[in-house]
Design a protein around this ligand. Structure first.
Ligand code: SF4
Length: 414
């Protein structure tokens, strides 16, 4: 049923085929793959997973003889840009028979990483220029980014902080916790601290507890957040002990980072369930990546699957202009088309905010398909997700109308 204000219809967007969508949303274990003879107590030990990461060309060739010439050359050069590291657990999600496997594209270096355009940057979000003390980024008025480490469980080839993480470029990152904490304590306007890196959940429980306690002791810090990809790369790290420690610091939110529904395995669902049971609100950040998730059906499946894991899709990022990332960057146009196919077509909770981090350090700018078609003297003309057009009577200055709108406006769709 439509409202009286409906004045025009457009053809309806076709929803994804249900079979394809439900196939993408199946939860599967990553399995043991090449590590089938490893005892359970090792496989389920996050420290064993870290010790046994794939970090060099020889290991990679042995495990994946299907390496392409582009991947071979990229891996040889990786140590000069961003190290190669993949946990055995996450490696099992790669399909060695598929050159375009979405996990493979995110993890295996390619020679295209050495192709750098003049508009690409090593610090596309301008973090270093907003850093009052090493490891602290104060870009927005009431919150700071607290970088705690340059290490991650695995390295993403599109990482916006690849200048820093893994120390492949010799950035030599040394956060100084005392100085970072002193800055926060001296700035009462900072009410929100986001711990990130690198990945804070690589710290031991004790070290993380020490940092969180010191931050919690600052009276004006209302809200703590941790940005982490550990639940995706290393779900074994999400132990009951870690969850019990984290729950002392509420309100504490966790932003995870996943890009494709295949990353949401049964192991990940269980790890996220432990965090949610500890009362930790969970959000997800995805990066829009070419041939990984720049497809409306994949994105919808991913967003719906996140909700099934008790995670709210938070941001969808346009891939930053990080040097050597052109082969992974999907277009803004494709991002807008995907958002168009999400909004209204699925649960509002499943719709992230699509943002571009303004190149050079302008902060996050939300971008969205246009739903306000025009603002006239006596109405705002809008369209819904089906392309149907409606009018909201209102004077141009925002005040209520004293007489009904008189003329019918039928604008062209943008
Ligand atoms: S986990 Fe995050 S910080 Fe680490 S490489 Fe991936 S995107 Fe970068």
């Amino acid at each position: 049923m439509h409202s009286d204000n409906e004045v025009q219809s457009e053809s309806r967007q076709e929803p994804p085929a249900p079979a394809e969508l439900s196939g993408l949303k199946q939860f599967q274990s990553a399995g043991r793959g090449f590590w089938h003879d490893v005892p359970d107590h090792d496989w389920n030990d996050w420290k064993w997973q870290l010790k046994n990461r794939i970090t060099n060309l020889t290991q990679l060739q042995r495990l994946m003889p299907t390496l392409t010439p582009e991947e071979f050359a990229g891996t040889k050069l990786a140590d000069h840009k961003l190290a190669l590291a993949i946990t055995p657990y996450f490696f099992n999600l790669i399909d060695p028979a598929d050159e375009n496997c979405p996990i493979r594209r995110q993890m295996i270096p390619r020679v295209e990483e050495t192709h750098v355009a003049s508009w690409e940057m090593s610090d596309p979000c301008g973090e270093d220029s907003h850093s009052p003390v090493p490891g602290l980024v104060h870009r927005y008025p009431d919150r700071v980014l607290f970088l705690v480490t340059d290490r991650c469980a695995s390295y993403c080839r599109y990482c916006t902080r690849s200048r820093l993480v893994s120390n492949a470029t010799g950035y030599d990152f040394h956060p100084e916790f005392d100085k970072q904490i002193a800055y926060i304590a001296a700035h009462p306007e900072i009410r929100d601290v986001l711990l990130s890196g690198g990945d804070p959940l690589l710290f031991s429980d004790e070290k993380l507890e020490y940092l969180l306690s010191r931050l919690r002791a600052i009276p004006h810090v209302e809200f703590l957040r941790i940005g982490t990809r550990i639940p995706i790369f290393l779900p074994q790290r999400i132990t009951p002990e870690l969850c019990a420690m984290l729950k002392q610091f509420h309100p504490l939110f966790l932003s995870i980072h996943s890009n494709h529904p295949r990353e949401l395995t049964t192991e990940v669902r269980e790890a996220l369930g432990r965090l949610a049971d500890a009362g930790i609100p969970l959000g997800n950040q995805s990066v829009l990546l070419k041939h990984v998730n720049d497809d409306a059906t994949i994105m919808q499946a991913h967003m719906q699957k996140l909700l099934m894991c008790r995670v709210k899709p938070y941001y969808l990022y346009q891939c930053d202009l990080i040097a050597g990332s052109a082969h992974l960057r999907a277009s803004v146009r494709s991002g807008l088309e995907i958002m168009e196919k999400l909004r209204g077509h699925t649960t509002g909770y499943a719709v992230p905010t699509y943002v571009i981090d303004a190149p050079g350090g302008g902060g996050k700018v939300p971008v969205s398909p246009e739903y306000v078609l025009s603002r006239d003297a006596d109405r705002v003309v809008i369209r819904n997700y089906e392309g149907k057009i409606f009018e909201y009577p209102e004077a141009a200055d925002g005040s209520p109308l004293t007489a009904p709108p008189v003329t019918i406006v039928e604008p062209e769709l943008a």
